[in-house]
Design a binder for this molecule. Structure first.
Ligand code: FE2
Length: 400
């Protein structure tokens, strides 16, 4: 990246960092049982809601618990269950239409990050009827209070229940657009360990690595605060201690509950301190090839950290020390190496590959341009890279 662009990016990031204390971040209220959602909605005066979900979640026992809680409090609900992985503009528009047609007053998102992201964008479209989703991409383009939103994650990874962000895919261009605004932070987050009981183990693994990526990218960036560093470290310790347990033993309720907490904390950390190039590249791959977000991040993260080189060593070493991966007297490069090695071991132990299938060489310049556009100047990464430099990451991660 040329020096003028570098100066512009760093100046932009500095301004955002200075603004953190005055920006209107808020924490969602947390419930630990899905059965309490009906009561919470009733208390707020809502009796007609739209549930945003997908067909798989609609069939699980946990969904029925939500329905029972709503019925118990005489809350009418309509279900939109067509959310796809990497939710599309079409999903958002259809759900928005149902919400209006049924006269709903609040949104309840239950599912992985896709359903929660879809519901956030539905909320945004409901209050910005003349602004298409494509025009919301970027930061602070909504400005208006969206309807009351309950987020019930059924994976422990995206942290969407606490973040300012939603990512929507344009089904025509296949481009994924992150949309960030404070009004998108859900009002109520339900962290119920029963939610992840029936998750396939591969999803437990990759979504858990997504949460890990949030914590790491938030921590190593230049816009951290004392509280985001603390959240990131607590999330990482919880993930190191519980992800493999949750992956191998479905009956380990404690591990599942702790992974939900880790995901929430990592989400809170990156909401204020941002992610980095790993996410920008993962979004471009998800949009183009539908590669699941958690898988893309899990595979990309070690390569991305290696690509940052020395610029990330100090912070990776402090993460290694804070999580007991190296001794307190380890030098920065040793700590960083121990940390990256741990990520590779985790991937391997959970059957996550070290390369991604399906990336086409001829697509790489375009995808790298998307990633650069998403990340620069917003993401306060340890080392700035332009599209040309980011291309290296795609070549490293693609299967031969
Ligand atoms: Fe993510």
């Amino acid at each position: 990246m040329n020096s003028i662009m570098k100066f512009y990016c760093r100046a932009f990031q500095f301004c955002f960092k200075m603004a953190i204390p005055i920006l209107p971040y808020r924490n969602p209220r947390v419930l630990h049982s899905v059965s309490g959602v009906g009561k919470a909605l009733k208390k707020k005066g809502y009796d007609n809601v739209l549930i945003v979900t997908d067909k798989v979640i609609r069939d699980i026992e946990f969904f029925k618990k939500l329905e029972e809680g709503l019925k118990e409090h005489d809350i009418i609900y309509t279900v939109f269950d067509k959310t796809v992985p990497n939710p599309t503009i079409e999903n958002v528009e259809e759900a928005k239409g149902i919400y209006m047609e049924k006269g709903c007053q609040a949104l309840v998102a239950i599912g992985g990050g896709s359903s929660i992201d879809c519901a956030k964008a539905v909320g945004a479209r409901l209050v910005k009827k003349n602004q298409r989703v494509q025009k919301m991409a970027g930061i602070l383009k909504i400005h208006k209070k969206i309807p009351f939103l309950v987020a019930i994650p059924t994976t422990a990874g995206t942290g969407s229940e606490v973040t300012v962000t939603t990512v929507i895919t344009d089904e025509v261009t296949k481009h994924k657009s992150p949309i960030s605004d404070f009004c998108l932070i859900p009002c109520l987050a339900v962290l119920d360990s029963d939610a992840t009981k029936t998750l396939p183990e591969a999803i437990v693994a990759t979504t858990g690595m997504d949460a890990l990526t949030h914590a790491v990218e938030a921590y190593i960036g230049n816009s951290t605060t004392k509280s985001t560093r603390a959240d990131a470290i607590e999330a990482l310790n919880l993930i190191f201690e519980n992800l493999y347990k949750a992956y191998t033993d479905k009956s380990d309720e404690e591990a599942r509950g702790r992974m939900l907490k880790a995901s929430f904390l990592a989400g809170r950390a990156f909401s204020k301190s941002y992610v980095g190039y790993c996410h920008a590249v993962a979004h471009s791959l998800g949009g183009e090839y539908n590669i699941p977000h958690g898988l893309a991040n899990a595979v990309l993260l070690p390569y991305t950290l290696e690509e940052y080189g020395e610029s990330a060593h100090k912070k990776l070493c402090s993460l290694a020390k804070a999580t007991g991966l190296c001794n307190d007297d380890a030098i920065d490069s040793e700590g960083a190496e121990a940390f990256i090695e741990k990520l590779k071991e985790m991937n391997k132990s959970m059957g996550i590959p070290d390369k991604l299938k399906g990336i086409k060489t001829e697509d790489i310049p375009r995808l790298a341009a998307y990633a650069a556009k998403e990340a620069n100047p917003l993401y306060p990464v340890p080392r700035l890279m332009d599209a040309k430099e980011l291309e290296k990451l795609y070549h490293k991660v693609m299967e031969d």
